[in-house]
Design a protein around this ligand. Structure first.
Ligand SMILES: Nc1ncnc2c1ncn2[C@@H]1O[C@H](COP(=O)(O)OP(=O)(O)OP(=O)(O)O)[C@@H](O)[C@H]1O
Length: 263
Protein backbone atom coordinates (compact mmCIF):
# COMPACT_ATOMS: atom_id res chain seq x y z
CA UNK A 1 0.00 0.00 0.00
CA UNK A 2 0.89 3.64 -0.28
CA UNK A 3 1.67 6.25 2.32
CA UNK A 4 3.60 9.50 2.73
CA UNK A 5 5.68 10.46 5.70
CA UNK A 6 6.47 14.05 6.72
CA UNK A 7 6.16 15.26 3.15
CA UNK A 8 6.93 18.86 2.28
CA UNK A 9 6.66 20.06 -1.31
CA UNK A 10 7.99 23.42 -2.42
CA UNK A 11 7.44 24.63 -6.01
CA UNK A 12 10.30 26.29 -7.92
CA UNK A 13 8.94 29.76 -7.17
CA UNK A 14 9.16 29.03 -3.43
CA UNK A 15 5.45 28.25 -2.81
CA UNK A 16 5.18 25.74 0.00
CA UNK A 17 2.29 23.59 -1.28
CA UNK A 18 2.56 20.86 1.38
CA UNK A 19 4.23 20.93 4.77
CA UNK A 20 5.05 17.87 6.91
CA UNK A 21 2.09 15.87 5.65
CA UNK A 22 1.47 12.27 6.76
CA UNK A 23 -1.13 10.25 4.88
CA UNK A 24 -1.66 6.50 4.91
CA UNK A 25 -4.01 5.19 2.22
CA UNK A 26 -4.50 1.98 4.21
CA UNK A 27 -6.74 3.81 6.69
CA UNK A 28 -9.82 3.63 4.51
CA UNK A 29 -11.19 1.83 1.47
CA UNK A 30 -12.49 5.11 0.05
CA UNK A 31 -10.41 8.04 1.21
CA UNK A 32 -11.54 11.64 0.83
CA UNK A 33 -8.98 14.43 0.58
CA UNK A 34 -10.68 17.73 1.29
CA UNK A 35 -9.56 21.33 1.61
CA UNK A 36 -10.30 24.70 0.10
CA UNK A 37 -8.73 26.03 -3.13
CA UNK A 38 -4.96 25.92 -3.04
CA UNK A 39 -4.77 23.70 0.06
CA UNK A 40 -2.50 21.20 -1.75
CA UNK A 41 -4.79 18.37 -2.92
CA UNK A 42 -3.55 18.17 -6.52
CA UNK A 43 0.08 18.45 -5.43
CA UNK A 44 -0.53 15.58 -3.02
CA UNK A 45 -1.94 13.41 -5.83
CA UNK A 46 1.08 14.16 -8.03
CA UNK A 47 3.35 13.03 -5.20
CA UNK A 48 1.42 9.79 -4.62
CA UNK A 49 1.57 9.05 -8.36
CA UNK A 50 5.35 9.50 -8.35
CA UNK A 51 5.09 12.45 -10.74
CA UNK A 52 6.49 14.92 -8.19
CA UNK A 53 9.30 14.09 -5.78
CA UNK A 54 8.89 15.48 -2.25
CA UNK A 55 11.24 18.32 -1.33
CA UNK A 56 11.44 16.72 2.11
CA UNK A 57 10.03 13.49 3.56
CA UNK A 58 9.30 10.24 1.76
CA UNK A 59 6.70 8.11 0.02
CA UNK A 60 6.47 4.43 0.94
CA UNK A 61 5.03 1.93 -1.47
CA UNK A 62 4.43 -1.50 0.07
CA UNK A 63 6.58 -0.28 2.97
CA UNK A 64 9.58 0.40 0.69
CA UNK A 65 10.76 3.95 0.25
CA UNK A 66 10.14 5.19 -3.29
CA UNK A 67 13.54 5.83 -4.88
CA UNK A 68 12.31 7.41 -8.16
CA UNK A 69 14.34 5.02 -10.32
CA UNK A 70 12.76 3.61 -13.50
CA UNK A 71 11.96 0.19 -12.02
CA UNK A 72 10.18 1.31 -8.84
CA UNK A 73 8.34 4.10 -10.65
CA UNK A 74 7.06 1.64 -13.21
CA UNK A 75 5.95 -0.70 -10.39
CA UNK A 76 4.13 2.24 -8.72
CA UNK A 77 2.46 3.19 -12.01
CA UNK A 78 1.19 -0.34 -12.55
CA UNK A 79 -0.62 -0.01 -9.25
CA UNK A 80 -1.92 3.54 -9.42
CA UNK A 81 -4.16 5.42 -11.82
CA UNK A 82 -5.80 8.83 -11.88
CA UNK A 83 -8.99 10.22 -13.32
CA UNK A 84 -8.33 13.91 -13.92
CA UNK A 85 -10.94 16.59 -13.37
CA UNK A 86 -11.10 17.55 -17.03
CA UNK A 87 -11.92 14.50 -19.22
CA UNK A 88 -10.62 16.33 -22.31
CA UNK A 89 -7.11 16.01 -20.83
CA UNK A 90 -7.50 12.25 -20.67
CA UNK A 91 -9.14 11.45 -23.99
CA UNK A 92 -6.87 10.91 -26.98
CA UNK A 93 -8.76 8.84 -29.52
CA UNK A 94 -11.70 9.59 -31.74
CA UNK A 95 -13.74 6.46 -30.91
CA UNK A 96 -14.87 5.58 -27.42
CA UNK A 97 -13.72 1.94 -27.62
CA UNK A 98 -10.24 2.87 -28.88
CA UNK A 99 -9.91 5.50 -26.23
CA UNK A 100 -10.73 3.12 -23.38
CA UNK A 101 -8.32 0.60 -24.94
CA UNK A 102 -5.53 3.15 -25.45
CA UNK A 103 -3.34 2.52 -22.39
CA UNK A 104 -3.71 -1.27 -22.59
CA UNK A 105 -2.67 -1.32 -26.27
CA UNK A 106 0.16 1.07 -25.49
CA UNK A 107 1.42 -1.42 -22.90
CA UNK A 108 1.19 -4.16 -25.56
CA UNK A 109 -1.52 -6.27 -23.92
CA UNK A 110 -2.73 -8.96 -26.32
CA UNK A 111 -5.86 -7.96 -28.24
CA UNK A 112 -8.10 -10.64 -26.64
CA UNK A 113 -7.27 -9.28 -23.19
CA UNK A 114 -7.81 -5.70 -24.42
CA UNK A 115 -11.26 -6.60 -25.76
CA UNK A 116 -12.21 -8.38 -22.52
CA UNK A 117 -11.06 -5.60 -20.21
CA UNK A 118 -12.47 -2.76 -22.29
CA UNK A 119 -15.89 -4.42 -22.55
CA UNK A 120 -16.00 -4.98 -18.80
CA UNK A 121 -14.88 -1.41 -18.02
CA UNK A 122 -17.49 0.01 -20.42
CA UNK A 123 -20.20 -2.11 -18.80
CA UNK A 124 -19.22 -0.99 -15.30
CA UNK A 125 -19.27 2.66 -16.30
CA UNK A 126 -22.47 2.41 -18.34
CA UNK A 127 -20.99 3.47 -21.69
CA UNK A 128 -21.34 0.25 -23.72
CA UNK A 129 -23.89 1.80 -26.04
CA UNK A 130 -21.48 4.66 -26.79
CA UNK A 131 -18.59 2.43 -27.86
CA UNK A 132 -18.64 3.31 -31.56
CA UNK A 133 -19.46 6.96 -31.12
CA UNK A 134 -16.90 9.62 -31.95
CA UNK A 135 -15.69 11.10 -28.65
CA UNK A 136 -16.19 14.69 -29.85
CA UNK A 137 -19.98 14.07 -30.03
CA UNK A 138 -20.19 13.07 -26.37
CA UNK A 139 -21.50 15.25 -23.58
CA UNK A 140 -19.19 16.33 -20.75
CA UNK A 141 -20.64 13.68 -18.36
CA UNK A 142 -20.29 10.94 -20.99
CA UNK A 143 -16.66 11.95 -21.59
CA UNK A 144 -16.09 11.74 -17.86
CA UNK A 145 -17.36 8.15 -17.87
CA UNK A 146 -15.07 7.35 -20.82
CA UNK A 147 -12.08 8.65 -18.89
CA UNK A 148 -13.10 6.61 -15.83
CA UNK A 149 -13.54 3.50 -18.01
CA UNK A 150 -10.03 3.99 -19.45
CA UNK A 151 -8.57 3.96 -15.95
CA UNK A 152 -10.82 1.13 -14.71
CA UNK A 153 -9.69 -1.05 -17.66
CA UNK A 154 -6.13 -0.83 -16.36
CA UNK A 155 -7.09 -2.71 -13.21
CA UNK A 156 -4.89 -0.57 -10.93
CA UNK A 157 -5.13 -1.30 -7.22
CA UNK A 158 -5.32 2.35 -6.22
CA UNK A 159 -7.35 4.88 -8.21
CA UNK A 160 -7.23 8.63 -7.59
CA UNK A 161 -10.17 10.81 -8.61
CA UNK A 162 -9.55 14.56 -8.87
CA UNK A 163 -12.87 16.42 -8.46
CA UNK A 164 -14.93 13.60 -10.00
CA UNK A 165 -18.26 15.45 -9.82
CA UNK A 166 -17.15 18.86 -11.09
CA UNK A 167 -19.39 20.01 -13.93
CA UNK A 168 -21.75 17.02 -13.63
CA UNK A 169 -25.51 17.16 -13.13
CA UNK A 170 -27.26 15.27 -10.32
CA UNK A 171 -27.84 12.04 -12.28
CA UNK A 172 -24.24 11.93 -13.54
CA UNK A 173 -22.97 12.55 -10.01
CA UNK A 174 -25.06 9.62 -8.74
CA UNK A 175 -23.64 7.51 -11.58
CA UNK A 176 -20.04 8.40 -10.63
CA UNK A 177 -20.86 7.54 -7.00
CA UNK A 178 -22.09 4.09 -7.96
CA UNK A 179 -19.05 3.51 -10.23
CA UNK A 180 -16.79 4.32 -7.27
CA UNK A 181 -18.82 2.02 -5.03
CA UNK A 182 -18.53 -0.78 -7.54
CA UNK A 183 -14.76 -0.31 -7.95
CA UNK A 184 -14.34 -0.32 -4.20
CA UNK A 185 -16.76 -3.02 -3.10
CA UNK A 186 -16.93 -5.47 -6.00
CA UNK A 187 -13.44 -5.01 -7.42
CA UNK A 188 -11.71 -4.21 -4.10
CA UNK A 189 -9.90 -1.19 -5.48
CA UNK A 190 -8.58 1.43 -3.13
CA UNK A 191 -10.24 4.76 -3.97
CA UNK A 192 -8.86 8.23 -3.20
CA UNK A 193 -11.09 11.20 -4.00
CA UNK A 194 -10.37 14.93 -3.84
CA UNK A 195 -13.38 17.21 -4.01
CA UNK A 196 -14.98 20.46 -2.91
CA UNK A 197 -18.33 18.74 -2.91
CA UNK A 198 -18.83 17.77 0.73
CA UNK A 199 -22.15 16.02 0.05
CA UNK A 200 -20.42 13.75 -2.43
CA UNK A 201 -17.41 13.10 -0.17
CA UNK A 202 -19.71 12.39 2.80
CA UNK A 203 -21.65 9.75 0.86
CA UNK A 204 -18.79 8.30 -1.20
CA UNK A 205 -15.90 8.08 1.29
CA UNK A 206 -15.23 6.44 4.62
CA UNK A 207 -12.02 8.09 5.87
CA UNK A 208 -11.17 11.77 5.48
CA UNK A 209 -7.97 13.84 5.45
CA UNK A 210 -8.49 17.59 5.81
CA UNK A 211 -5.86 19.87 4.31
CA UNK A 212 -5.54 23.52 5.14
CA UNK A 213 -2.90 25.73 3.51
CA UNK A 214 -0.71 22.73 2.78
CA UNK A 215 -0.91 21.25 6.26
CA UNK A 216 -2.93 18.36 7.55
CA UNK A 217 -5.55 19.89 9.81
CA UNK A 218 -7.28 16.67 10.80
CA UNK A 219 -8.02 13.07 9.79
CA UNK A 220 -10.54 10.48 10.85
CA UNK A 221 -13.67 8.53 10.03
CA UNK A 222 -16.10 10.62 8.02
CA UNK A 223 -18.66 10.84 10.85
CA UNK A 224 -16.02 12.23 13.22
CA UNK A 225 -14.70 14.78 10.76
CA UNK A 226 -18.02 16.02 9.43
CA UNK A 227 -19.60 16.39 12.87
CA UNK A 228 -16.76 18.67 13.91
CA UNK A 229 -17.89 22.15 12.85
CA UNK A 230 -14.71 23.76 14.16
CA UNK A 231 -12.55 21.73 11.76
CA UNK A 232 -14.89 22.38 8.83
CA UNK A 233 -14.94 26.12 9.54
CA UNK A 234 -11.18 26.30 9.88
CA UNK A 235 -10.73 24.49 6.56
CA UNK A 236 -13.44 26.60 4.89
CA UNK A 237 -15.65 23.59 4.16
CA UNK A 238 -19.42 23.22 4.12
CA UNK A 239 -21.32 20.84 6.42
CA UNK A 240 -22.83 18.03 4.31
CA UNK A 241 -26.62 18.14 3.97
CA UNK A 242 -27.12 14.88 5.92
CA UNK A 243 -25.02 16.22 8.80
CA UNK A 244 -27.22 19.35 8.89
CA UNK A 245 -30.34 17.14 8.96
CA UNK A 246 -28.84 15.24 11.90
CA UNK A 247 -27.62 18.27 13.86
CA UNK A 248 -30.42 20.72 13.34
CA UNK A 249 -33.45 18.46 12.84
CA UNK A 250 -32.45 15.85 15.41
CA UNK A 251 -32.60 12.99 12.90
CA UNK A 252 -30.15 10.11 13.07
CA UNK A 253 -26.95 10.48 11.07
CA UNK A 254 -27.89 8.87 7.76
CA UNK A 255 -25.16 7.44 5.53
CA UNK A 256 -26.83 8.56 2.32
CA UNK A 257 -29.94 10.29 0.99
CA UNK A 258 -31.72 7.02 0.19
CA UNK A 259 -31.56 6.06 3.88
CA UNK A 260 -33.09 9.43 4.80
CA UNK A 261 -35.93 9.19 2.31
CA UNK A 262 -36.74 5.55 3.06
CA UNK A 263 -37.10 6.43 6.77
N1 LIG B 1 3.39 24.99 -10.73
C1 LIG B 1 3.23 25.69 -9.63
N2 LIG B 1 4.13 26.65 -9.27
C2 LIG B 1 3.99 27.38 -8.14
N3 LIG B 1 2.98 27.21 -7.25
C3 LIG B 1 2.07 26.26 -7.55
C4 LIG B 1 2.12 25.47 -8.74
N4 LIG B 1 1.06 24.63 -8.75
C5 LIG B 1 0.37 24.88 -7.62
N5 LIG B 1 0.97 25.86 -6.90
C6 LIG B 1 0.56 26.40 -5.58
O1 LIG B 1 0.59 25.33 -4.64
C7 LIG B 1 -0.48 25.45 -3.71
C8 LIG B 1 -1.30 24.16 -3.73
O2 LIG B 1 -1.91 24.02 -5.00
P1 LIG B 1 -2.77 22.74 -5.40
O3 LIG B 1 -3.13 22.91 -6.84
O4 LIG B 1 -2.08 21.52 -4.98
O5 LIG B 1 -4.08 22.96 -4.48
P2 LIG B 1 -5.52 22.31 -4.61
O6 LIG B 1 -5.96 22.01 -3.22
O7 LIG B 1 -5.49 21.18 -5.57
O8 LIG B 1 -6.37 23.51 -5.19
P3 LIG B 1 -7.77 23.52 -5.99
O9 LIG B 1 -8.81 23.00 -5.03
O10 LIG B 1 -7.97 24.97 -6.30
O11 LIG B 1 -7.60 22.66 -7.21
C9 LIG B 1 -1.27 26.69 -4.14
O12 LIG B 1 -0.82 27.77 -3.35
C10 LIG B 1 -0.88 26.90 -5.59
O13 LIG B 1 -0.92 28.27 -5.96
Amino acid sequence: MLRMEDVTYIYEDGTVALKDVNIDLKKGAKIGIVGSNGSGKSTLFMIFLGLFKPTKGRVLFNEKELKYDKRTLSELRKNTGIVFQDPDKQIFFSSVFDDVAFALRNLKFNEDEVQKRVKLAMEKTGITELQNKPVHFLSYGQKKNVSIAGVAAMNHNIIFFDEPTAGLDYRSQENVKSILENLSEKQEKSIVVSSHDMNFIYEACDYIYVLNKGQLLSEGKKETIFLNKEILDKAGLEEPFLVKVHKYLGKELYKNESELFSD
